[in-house]
Design a protein around this ligand. Structure first.
Ligand code: F6R
Length: 259
């Protein structure tokens, strides 16, 4: 696992965008997208590189981590709509190549299995973008999630619903259930790039990176993956005990070594 601490959240986004762009240029055929605030800077950077540097997503399949259950189709806070508005409508990727779990399916377990099958058919996902919840979730794998879980229905914790209430008119409008890739599904991706910014993420980042591997901090599963890049700003790195070492390692990164 490589940990990179940037001075600002904007720098974290630019760095993450550059890393993902390098994976796409290296031939990634499938990429994994997160929603929420954390990846927005990376998406801005990827859109800029598409516009200014001929970065192309033609032929790439994109898979979202998760989707709310029972939000009306086209709801502005559905993750399918969010990713189109914030990212994929600004690059050269077909809408049909952007996939998300069907949170309106009549048979949700069947929709979960179909999503796993779609990822397997197009995958493996070469690079997966991740945010982290203040309680250590990735995707919507809340604390207690099996470390080998696959796509399935999860119940959001009150904390996550409160954290996401900023996107909805009232806190009660936040759905209670989601379809989310499992920790096993996420772990199948070739490269995991996690972005965490702001002081509210500091405890979760420290638990994920330096704490024990535990279902009670789902992001700690990153410690079991062979290729992980964690990018934080200074405030999200504040609770790390080895911050000086991570800064030293990055400052002395061999010039031939990518991310
Ligand atoms: C969303 C997702 C979640 C978020 C996490 C952080 O697709 O997978 O794990 O990444 O809840 O959300 P933000 O970035 O809004 O703080």
């Amino acid at each position: 696992m490589e940990l990179v601490i940037t001075d600002t959240a904007d720098q974290a986004g630019v760095l993450a965008g550059g890393i993902i762009a390098a994976d796409v240029r290296a031939g990634a055929r499938a990429i994994g997208l997160a929603t929420g605030s954390s990846p927005l800077g990376a998406y801005r950077e990827l859109i800029r590189r598409h516009r200014d540097e001929d970065l192309s997503f033609a032929g790439v399949q994109a898979f979202l981590l998760d989707e709310y259950i029972d939000l009306p189709a086209g709801h502005p806070q559905s993750y399918a709509r969010f990713i189109r508005d914030e990212f994929t409508s600004h690059i050269d990727i077909d809408d049909a190549a952007v996939h998300s779990p069907d949170g309106n399916a009549a048979d949700l377990p069947a929709a979960a299995a179909a999503y796993e099958a779609a990822i397997a058919a197009a995958g493996p996902v070469a690079v997966q973008i991740l945010g982290i919840g203040a309680n250590g979730h990735i995707g919507f794998n809340e604390p207690g999630s099996s470390l080998r879980s696959r796509t399935r229905v999860k119940t959001l914790t009150p904390r996550t619903r409160a954290d996401n209430a900023r996107f909805f008119d009232t806190p009660d409008d936040v759905p209670t259930h989601v379809l989310t890739q499992g920790l096993g599904t996420i772990s199948d991706a070739g490269h995991l790039v996690m972005i965490a910014t702001g002081p509210s993420k500091a405890a979760a980042v420290a638990a994920a990176v330096e704490g024990p591997v535990s279902a009670f901090c789902p992001a700690s599963i990153l410690q079991m993956h062979p290729h992980v890049t964690v990018i934080t700003d200074e405030s999200a790195a504040a609770a790390l005990t080895q911050g000086d070492y991570y800064r030293f390692a990055h400052a002395n990164k061999p010039h031939w070594q990518g991310y």
